[in-house]
Write a protein of this length. Structure first.
Length: 132
């Protein structure tokens, strides 16, 4: 049987993820959330992009469908699109609950090395849940 989460353990760093968020992509994030806000019209990045970046960082290492079960987000400042974001993520916890394995990823999203968002997300493999 494969080791859960591709052998990731507490303390492991995920490969850095660098992506440019265009104004068009940023607007899609805001619209998909059903939000029409003055910050959208001003070009501000949608903060919950941090959740997607965390998922992408994890699935780059472990390309398996996941269910995100919990998330927290800390916003340090505003940024506008277009912008290049760097995501540095690491495993901060692994645990089992109700016979399911979970992994907790902490992601730090930066612009030119300066903190933008810090996100912490809990995941469990989708196949574990759907097989029940």
């Amino acid at each position: 049987m494969d080791e859960p989460f591709g052998g990731l353990h507490v303390g492991d760093q995920l490969d850095p993820l660098v992506l440019t968020i265009s104004p068009t992509a940023n607007e899609r994030y805001w619209r998909a959330a059903g939000i029409d806000h003055p910050l959208l019209r001003a070009g501000a990045l949608y903060p919950l992009i941090a959740a997607n970046l965390t998922v992408l960082a994890l699935t780059h290492h472990y390309p398996v469908a996941m269910i995100q079960t919990r998330q927290s987000l800390e916003c340090h400042r505003r940024a506008d699109a277009p912008v290049e974001l760097a995501t540095h993520a690491r495993v901060i916890e692994r645990y089992a609950k109700r016979d399911l394995e979970y992994i907790v990823i902490e992601a730090n999203v930066t612009i030119d090395g300066e903190a933008l968002w810090d996100a912490t997300s809990h995941f469990t493999p989708a196949a574990s849940v759907t097989a029940r």
